[in-house]
Design a protein around this ligand. Structure first.
Ligand code: AN7
Length: 361
């Protein structure tokens, strides 16, 4: 076997809308680790093995790269000279990186003051034209749709179907590693493109005979930004998980289908539960994911407490496999990490003072 990984388009070409004529724009995204979590496995309340699909290991630090390689490749094939997106941060980081690699311009609209610093730095360093708009993500996306009507530019938000196609490869990789689909697939939900894509991936693998059974999908939104849970738009969404601060998800129907067809659920988790899960992952498993990503972990811990997995085990009587998607890297939002932990104060360079401060006696 060749160990050379060539990105998701080459790995899954026959499942993607590309031909021999499509110029492949790739940063060798995908092939991310599926890390077993002993800490979480022990907290499920039934015999279970929990895995973390660490999508923060993609080239720009989030799952968006899987969709962006396809969207930008298709934009170049269509001779587009500029791409446009609205973003809570990660889409803009990914779009600007793939666009500069392809030699096309990127324009990004972000909610002013409401995206994590790491993501903003990525869009800027990759040379995107950044508009910091005094509005939330939903309003930015509405502006993007209007701009696309007026100017010849390709929208690379997940309303672009090529994004969904690329992102479904996450489900393929999970099935490849496990040799089947997991029993449960837990994921954070914002604009709902990703849950839609993942469900599509599993369904295609079932149809192709690569798996025999579909997983149950568990989607988690932040409580202050949970339109799918409430069944109504949220006008002023709020959460510390800025990536999923979205009140009017574009793939609303996709998320509802994924939930209902898989006999799953979409629930809300509080900011406090998100931060607890965020710190647990970092301090017990050694995995640093951004706050929005920790929503999937907060969600399964909450379900575990309510006896959800125990009830499933009582019926099936075999060990449960759960995959949590960690959608983005913790380094995207270092300010949040610093805020949630006590920062060390500076000390004189004295052996006794330093030893005492770090707990050595
Ligand atoms: C880390 O970058 O919407 O439900 O504009 O960055 O597919 O929207 C990001 C979303 C989860 C939610 N985790 O995925 C954007 C943007 C992280 C994210 C989501 C996002 P969707």
């Amino acid at each position: 076997m060749s160990l050379r990984w060539r990105g998701v388009i080459e790995a899954y070409r026959s499942y993607l809308p590309v031909s021999a004529k499509t110029p492949v724009v790739t940063l060798l995204e995908g092939n991310t680790p599926l890390i077993p979590s002993r800490t979480l496995s022990e907290r499920i309340g039934a015999p279970a093995e929990v895995f973390l699909k660490y999508e923060g290991m993609n080239p720009t630090g989030s799952f968006k790269d899987r969709g962006m390689t396809v969207a930008i490749s298709k934009a170049v094939e269509a001779k587009s000279v500029a791409v446009l997106c609205a973003s809570t941060g990660n889409t803009s980081a990914s779009a600007s990186a793939y666009a500069c690699r392809a030699g096309v311009r990127s324009i990004v609209l972000i909610p002013s003051g409401a995206i994590a610093l790491g993501k903003l730095s990525q869009a800027l360093i990759h040379g995107a034209r950044v508009a910091a708009v005094e509005a939330n993500f939903d309003a930015c996306l509405a502006l993007v749709k209007s701009l696309a009507q007026l100017y010849p530019i390709t929208v690379v938000n997940s309303i672009n179907p090529h994004r969904i196609e690329g992102q479904k490869t996450c489900a393929f990789e999970i099935c490849e590693v496990l040799g089947r689909a997991p029993d449960f697939h837990a994921t954070p939900v914002g604009n709902a493109g990703n849950i839609t894509a993942q469900w599509k991936g599993y369904q295609e693998y079932l149809k192709e005979g690569k798996i025999r059974k579909l997983p149950i999908l568990l989607g988690f939104q932040a409580k202050g930004a949970a339109p799918l849970v409430r069944g109504a738009l949220v006008k002023n969404p709020h959460t510390i998980a800025t990536a999923i601060r979205i009140g009017n998800p574009a793939s609303w129907q996709g998320a509802i289908h994924a939930r209902d067809e898989s006999h799953g659920l979409i629930h809300a988790v509080t900011d406090r539960e998100i931060i607890e899960a965020y710190r647990l992952l970092a301090s017990k498993d050694g995995v640093f994911a951004e706050p929005a990503s920790a929503a999937s972990v907060a969600g399964i811990l909450k379900l575990a407490k309510s006896g959800y997995f125990k009830a499933y085990y009582a019926k099936k009587r075999r060990r449960i496999t759960i995959v949590c998607i960690l959608t983005g890297h913790g380094l995207k939002d270092p300010e949040r990490a610093i805020k949630s932990i006590r920062v060390p104060k500076s000390l004189p360079a004295s052996l006794s003072v330093v030893a005492k401060a770090v707990g050595l006696r």
